[in-house]
Write a protein that binds this ligand. Sequence first.
Ligand code: FMN
Length: 187
Amino acid sequence: MKQIHIGVFLGSFRKESYSRKIANAISQFFPNDIYKITILPLDTLPLYNQDFEEFDQTPEAWISYREIVKELDAFLIVTPEYNRSVTPVLKNAIDIASRPPKNNLWSGMPGAIISISPGSLGGFGGHQQVLQALTCLDAYVMPTPETYFGGIAKKFTDDGVLKDDKTLRFLENVANSMRDWLERFLL
Ligand SMILES: Cc1cc2nc3c(=O)[nH]c(=O)nc-3n(C[C@H](O)[C@H](O)[C@H](O)COP(=O)(O)O)c2cc1C
């Protein structure tokens, strides 16, 4: 059977990003005989500008990124919020994969959103904005469990290992729900 390819879209490319650490931690709950998980390099994508396409100057990085997204079976977004809003690197990646409208690559793709924050609100504001964009793009976003991780900085050792058992168990629950969700569309 072909592996189910899940593309991970991070909202931050900071070296010590908690979003990346959570993405790595949840990966263990997707057995690799069934799932392939790839973190996409969104931080090298030039900022969206409609003129590039109108004047036939589509950047190579957009073309190869769109080719990768086109081949995905599913998405997993793991992101902080910036000023209660979606982070620029993630919004840029969402926009590039949504255009031109007849090639909206989000349409019909199932997936899930996880938000993180060192604060107590778990990135709720940014999470909702990502959900709003993906809903209008016809992506099939897993409705439950809604996943907002607050107090994220306290959950890892200095080596980046998830030390908080409650968070690990919750991540396992999210992964199980996501596997059920993906199966509705992909199997
Ligand atoms: C420009 C900027 C705005 C931020 N705004 C928020 C915010 O509104 N809410 C919040 O909880 N954290 C906010 N933060 C803190 C981030 O959540 C924190 O830096 C987080 O660790 C970034 O994600 P990462 O660990 O994956 O890099 C902001 C950080 C930056 C750089």
